[in-house]
Design a protein around this ligand. Structure first.
Ligand SMILES: CC(=O)N[C@H](C=O)[C@@H](O)[C@H](O)[C@H](O)CO
Ligand SMILES: CC(=O)C(=O)O
Length: 312
C-alpha cells in the first residue's frame, strides 16, 4: 500500500486573510526597499495567510514598472515560503503588464492578478485578450481576475467570465464589487475549487458567507487582528460574535476615510502610531494628511487598540 499525495485544493491554498500591501516610500517619496521589508515582517508577525502586492492599496496606478518590480522583489525576499503572495501585474497596457507578469513568475509568486484595462471602454474580447496575453507571459503561474467595477468601469459579466474560464490558469476572482451575490455567481460558474476573494472590507462576513474562501482588503493592514478573528469565528459558525466585530470594523473604516488626506495615508499613520512602523505617505495625486488629520489618526489608532482588546 502506498500513500498517494493529495494535491492541495486552491480553495485551501488561498484561504484566509490576505492584506492588500501598501506602497512604502522613503521620506523623499521614492520606493523604500527597507520599509517594504519591515512591512512584510509586520504582516508575518500578525499571522496573516498572504499578501496582495501592488494592487489598488499598493498605489499601483501611480507606480512605475521599475517601482513595482523593486517592491515585489523586496516582498519576496522576506515572505517567500512564509506567506502566499499574489502579485497584481496590470499596468493598463499589455506590454508593461506582460513584463511584470514574467518578472512575477521568475520570483515564484503563488499567483498573478489583473484588473481590466481602464479609461477606454473596451469590448469583452479585448479585455479577454489582454488578460490571456498577460497570463501567457506567466505560463506556470495561476491567474486571478480582479473585478472592481466601481473603479475600473467594467464589471466581470458572465460572458467574459466564461471566456476566461477556458484558460486553465484562471483559478479565481478577487471580487471587489458591492453585490455579495456576485460571489455566489462566480463560485457557481467557476466550480468547487474556484477561488473567490471578498473585496469590500465592510462586508467581509457577508462575502465569506456567500462563498468567498478568504479576503483581500485594503484596510486589513490597519487592524489584521480583527479580520483574523472574524475569519476564525466564521470557521466555527460563531456568526453573532463575528458580526459584532464587523460592525466595529466598519466604524473604524469610516474613521479611516474621514480625513482630508487619502485613506492610505491615514492607514500608514495608524501603522506608525500602533506599531512604530514608518512607511512614508502616499504618492501624488493622492493627498497626504493635514495637521488636523493627525488627530483623526490618533483617535482611530486608539479605537482600533480598544476594539482589538475587546474582541481579538
Ligand atoms: C474599492 C476598493 O478599493 N476596495 C478594496 C478592495 O476590494 C477594499 O479593500 C477597500 O479598500 C475597503 O473596503 C475600504 O473601503
Ligand atoms: C484589495 C485592495 O484594496 C487592493 O487591490 O489593493
Amino acid at each position: 500500500m502506498y500513500l498517494k499525495e493529495k494535491k492541495m485544493m486552491n480553495v485551501e491554498k488561498f484561504q484566509g486573510i490576505l492584506p492588500a500591501f501598501y506602497a512604502c516610500y522613503e521620506d523623499n517619496g521614492e520606493v523604500s526597499v527597507e520599509r517594504t521589508k519591515a512591512l512584510v515582517r509586520y504582516f508575518i508577525e500578525a499571522g496573516v495567510q498572504g499578501l496582495y502586492v501592488n494592487g489598488s492599496s499598493g498605489e499601483c496606478i501611480y507606480l512605475s514598472v521599475e517601482d513595482r518590480k523593486q517592491i515585489l522583489e523586496a516582498v519576496m525576499a522576506e515572505a517567500k515560503g512564509k506567506l502566499r503572495i499574489i502579485a497584481h501585474v496590470a499596468c493598463n497596457n499589455t506590454k508593461d503588464s506582460v513584463e511584470l507578469a514574467k518578472h512575477a513568475e521568475s520570483l515564484g509568486v503563488d499567483a498573478i492578478a489583473a484588473i481590466p484595462p481602464i479609461y477606454f471602454r473596451l469590448p469583452s474580447y479585448s479585455i479577454a485578450e489582454y488578460w490571456n496575453t498577460i497570463s501567457a507571459a506567466a505560463p506556470n503561474t495561476d491567474f486571478i481576475i480582479y473585478n472592481i467595477p466601481q473603479l475600473a468601469g467594467v464589471s466581470l459579466s458572465k460572458e467574459l467570465f466564461m471566456e476566461m474560464k477556458k484558460n486553465p490558469r484562471v483559478i479565481g476572482v478577487k471580487n471587489s464589487s458591492m453585490p455579495v451575490q456576485d460571489i455566489q455567481n462566480y463560485k457557481a460558474w467557476g466550480g468547487e475549487d474556484f477561488v473567490v476573494f471578498n473585496g469590500p472590507d465592510e462586508q467581509f462576513i457577508g462575502g465569506r458567507t456567500m462563498g468567498a474562501c478568504g479576503g483581500i482588503g485594503g484596510t486589513y493592514g490597519a487592524m489584521p487582528e480583527l479580520f483574523l478573528k472574524m475569519n476564525a469565528l466564521l470557521k466555527e459558525n460563531r456568526m453573532e460574535e463575528a458580526r459584532k466585530i464587523q460592525f466595529a470594523v466598519n466604524e473604524i473604516i469610516t474613521l479611516l476615510c474621514s480625513g482630508h488626506g487619502n485613506m492610505y495615508a491615514m492607514i500608514k499613520e495608524v501603522l506608525k502610531l500602533r506599531k512604530g512602523l514608518v512607511v512614508g505617505s502616499v504618492r501624488s495625486p493622492l493627498s497626504p494628511l493635514t495637521e488636523a488629520d493627525l488627530e483623526i489618526a490618533k483617535k482611530t489608532a486608539k479605537v482600533i487598540d480598544e476594539t482589538v482588546a475587546r474582541f481579538a
